[in-house]
Design a protein around this ligand. Sequence first.
Ligand code: HEC
Ligand code: HEC
Ligand code: HEC
Ligand code: HEC
Ligand code: HEC
Length: 415
Amino acid sequence: MIMLSSTGVKTILGVSLIVTAAAWSHLLDGRIFAQDAKSQAAIEKTFPNSNKCKRCHERVFEEWETSPLSRSIHSPAFRAALDAFLASPAGKDKALCFRCHAPHVREFQDQAQLFIDQAKSGDPQIDGVACAQCHLIKQVDRTKQPPEPKYEPPGSKILYGPYKDFATNLAHQSMELGLFRKSDLCLNCHQSVPSAANLGKTNDLLGNWDQSKAVKSGKECQTCHMPEQTGESANGEKKRTVANHTFPGRIGKLRQEAAKLDVETKVEGDKTTVIVKVQSLVPHNLPTTHPAWASVVLDLEIRGKNLKTVFSEKRVYGRLYQDVKGQKTNFDFDAVKVLEDTVLKPEELRVETFTFPTPKETKTFDVEATLSYAPVTGPAPFLQRIEAESSKGSQDPVFQPIEIVKRTDNIPINK
Ligand code: HEC
Ligand code: HEC
Ligand code: HEC
Ligand code: HEC
Ligand code: HEC
C-alpha cells in the first residue's frame, strides 16, 4: 500500500469514508516520495552520487566525508536559516541557497522544491557539495558576480581534475584542467554571498586577497585548504602527489596558522594597560562573513587574587547588516547596507588597547588573551529554532566557540 499509483489513490478516494486523515497524509507522502525518488534518479544521472566514486576513490571519499563540504545542506543552522530565508521577501528565489550549498540545482532549477524538501528532512539523500559538483565544472566565468560555474555539456561523462598522466579506468573519462589548481574554482562559492541589495565590494567575503603576500608569492586556495600529500588517488594505483580533501578550515591544524598574538602589559600604579597586537596570517578576510553571524572574537581576561577574574573585555571582528526597514539584521539575504565592518583584512595587524584598575591584594596577576571563532548569535526565536532542529539541542557545535590562539602571561606587580 505504500507505493500507490495515482489510480490507486483515486480508488481509495471513492471509499474515503474509511480513510482517516492520518492515513491519507501518509498515502500522499508515499506518492511524493515516489516522485522525488524518480527526480532524484534523474538528477543523479547527470551528477552521480558520491557513493559511486567511493568504490574506487576510497581515500578521497573518506577525507571529503569528514569535511564541512559533505554536510553543506545538513546542519541545523542551515535548516533554520533556510526557513527564515524562504519566509522572507527574497525567498521567492527558491534555488538561491542551493546555488552554492548543492550547486547541481543550477542545472535543475525546476526541481528547487525537491532540494528544499530534502534539506528540511534533516537527512538529505541528495549530495550537497560533493565529487561531481566540483569535478564536472568545466569553466568558471569570473566576469559574472558572483562568478558562475559552467557544467558543460550537461550529462558529460568526462571528469576534470589536476592530472595529465592519469591512469585510465572503465567508469569515466578523465581530463586535465588547469582550473583545478586555481583559486577560480573556489571563487564561485566563496567570494560573495546573497544580499537584498547589491552591496558590491562592501560585502566581499575575501577582501583584497589577490594583493596579499601569500597570493603574490603564488599560493592558491588549494595550497592551504587542499594541501599536497602522498597517497593513492584511486584504489590500488601507484602512490603519487594527491590533494587532501578534508578541506581544513575552522576544523583542523590550519587554524593554528590563522593569527599571532603579541601581548604587552604596563602596570602604572593603580592603572594597568594591556596592548594586544593581533597579527592575521590569513591572506583573505578573517572571518569570511557568511553566514552574517560569523565572527571572530578577541577576549581579554585578567585573573587576580585566587585566580578570580577581575576584568574582562571583548573585541568583535565581523560585519553588522541593516535591512530595508532600517533595523539590524542577522541575515545577509535581508541586508541592504553594511552598518559596521570590523573584519581583519588580509594579513592585517590590529592593535587593541585595554585599560583597567591594577588588581589588588596580589603580587602577580594573569593576563589571558584568546582569539576564537564565536558561536552563533541572533534573535532568541532563531537560536531556539536551531536548538529544536538539532539532535544535540543546545550542545550543537554551532553554539560552541572554536579557539584559534591563546596566550597567557603572569605579570608581577612591583610596588
Ligand atoms: C559549489 C560551491 C563551492 C565550491 C566550488 C567550493 N566550496 Fe568551499 N564550501 C562551500 C560551502 C557551502 C561550505 C560550507 C559547508 C558547511 O559548513 O555547511 C564550504 C566550506 C569550505 C571550507 C570550510 C570552511 C570552514 O569554516 O571551516 C573550506 C576550507 C572550503 N570550503 C574551501 C574550498 C576550496 C579550497 C575550494 C576550491 C578548491 C572550495 N571550497 C570550493 C561551497 C563551495
Ligand atoms: C555564493 C555562495 C553561497 C550562497 C548563495 C549561500 N551560501 Fe551559505 N555558505 C557558503 C559558503 C562558501 C559557506 C562556508 C563559509 C565559511 O565557512 O567560511 C557557507 C556557510 C553557510 C552556513 C554555515 C554552515 C552551515 O552549514 O551551518 C549557513 C547556515 C549558510 N551558509 C546558510 C545559507 C543560506 C540560508 C543561504 C541562502 C539564503 C546561503 N547560505 C546561500 C556559500 C553560499
Ligand atoms: C570543492 C570542490 C571539490 C570537491 C567537493 C571534491 N574535489 Fe576532488 N579535487 C578538487 C580539486 C580542486 C582538486 C585538485 C587539487 C590540487 O591538485 O591542488 C581535486 C583533486 C581530485 C583528485 C586527484 C587528486 C587526489 O587527491 O586523488 C581526485 C581523484 C578527486 N579529486 C576525486 C574526488 C572525489 C572522489 C570527491 C568526492 C568524494 C571529490 N574529489 C570532491 C576539488 C574537489
Ligand atoms: C571504476 C573505478 C572508478 C570509479 C567508479 C571512479 N573513478 Fe575516478 N579515477 C579512477 C582511476 C583509476 C583514476 C586514475 C588515478 C590515477 O591516475 O592515479 C581516476 C581519476 C579520477 C580523477 C582525476 C582526473 C584527472 O585527470 O586529474 C578524478 C577527478 C576522478 N577520478 C573523479 C571521480 C569521480 C568524481 C567519480 C564518481 C562520479 C569517480 N572518479 C569514479 C577510477 C574510478
Ligand atoms: C596562505 C594560506 C591560505 C590561502 C592561500 C587561503 N587561505 Fe583560507 N584560510 C587560511 C587560514 C590560515 C585560515 C584560518 C584558519 C581556518 O579557519 O582555516 C583560513 C580560513 C578560511 C576559511 C574559513 C574562515 C571563516 O571565516 O569561515 C575559508 C572558507 C577560506 N579560508 C577560504 C579560502 C579561499 C576560498 C581561498 C582562495 C581564494 C583561501 N581561503 C586562500 C589560509 C589560507
